[in-house]
Write a protein that binds this ligand. Sequence first.
Ligand code: ARG
Length: 459
Amino acid sequence: MSLWGGRFSSANADAFRQFNDSLAFDYVLAPYDIQASRAWTAALAEAGLISANEAAQLQQALAELGDAVAAEPRLPLATPAEDIHSWVESQLIEKIGDVAKKLHTGRSRNDLIATDLRLWGKQRIHELQEACLQAIQALLAFAERYADAIIPGYTHLQRAQPIVAGHWAGAYVQMLQRDVTRLREAAKRIDSCPLGSGALAGTTAAIDRHWLAQQLGFRQACENSLDAVSDRDFVLDLLNTASNGMMHLSRLAEDVIFYCSGESACFAMSDAISTGSSLMPQKKNPDLFELLRGKCGRVFGHQQALLVTLKGLPLAYNKDMQEDKEGVFEALAQWQQCLAMLALAMPELSVNVEHAQQQAQLGYSNATEMADYLVSKGVPFRDAHHLTGSLVVLAQQQGKALEQLDLSDMQQISALIDDDVYPALALTYGLHKRQALGGTAPAQVHYAIKRAQDWLHAA
Ligand code: ARG
């Protein structure tokens, strides 16, 4: 029986019913719908709208239903109910008869679904924070392992300056830490309870909404009934946060794919996380990282989809809003899985230390050091930059690295250059000089790892 058949004399067309029903996806909200219904039962009893005995029967039946769903989460799918709210009510009616029909007194599916989805979202935020922390831990372990391993650093994908691999990983630690703070902010905004807002105008039941919010573990009650039933900003918050998080994973993935390529070969993947080609026997493909990059598409798609769905919706509830669920369910599941994959992959990733160091030596990536050397001799930086450019051209003409140029050739370009230029051009020289906070000097990288570990312990 549907929840609303009274004013209808014939049934819905089958195809429309299927189109309209949401049980096929909102069944995952069953535990939260039951939780909200238990709090609502208590509120109805407080308000004197049901007797203590009726409340006890409802509580007992709801508790049993909760146990059944915990044991078999797909249980609701065995029935033809319209949505999760109808399913819970119909199950209660089967168990305890007419008393169950009193549960919906003073509430609406509109305030109920908003409550269910917020309760679900709070749990997901908790799990996603955990997943981020595990990924950060895996990145930090990599950073520690390779805090001294020199690799080429890039801008414009042109060799720019040498960095250590631990510094590279540390950059992603920072990004994921920010994702955790985004989740924490989303957690604050989601923490308001819509229940007790009725269909749109508020409830006639004499309930204490602050008390009800507390019963459900919310920090506060939503303050405007129209907003409470129609606000889906909290879903957008989740999708925005997931999109940002996936964007970070995608950038990391792209870096790894590049560093693992034959052209770079600075990183290598273990067999546990790479795949082969059905045709080309030599191939070792970075599928895991390509999927981290590729799955961004659907997560960003769900974010866009909800923005477009909500744009221009009049107050208050509209059925369009049922379209919020599948996207956010899928987006958060993808993000969580990708974070777990990253945590799995980082220990399986290694730096080809010697080769990477050789690579870092190439491409005139010590040109900045050359310019700094001239600055140390009193040349203004802009002029030093120019002179170094000429030295690079000279070295290119001779098919040499800067440090391979003869002193006499260098002196043609600047008489200030002396023998002490050679140590200044050594790979580790500039690296170890990048000592200011946040630089790639190994000492700084160790310090950054320590700070991140402290942050992790406090998180
Ligand atoms: N399945 C609906 C949704 O997800 C629940 C709320 C239905 N409310 C209504 N008035 N039809 O949005």
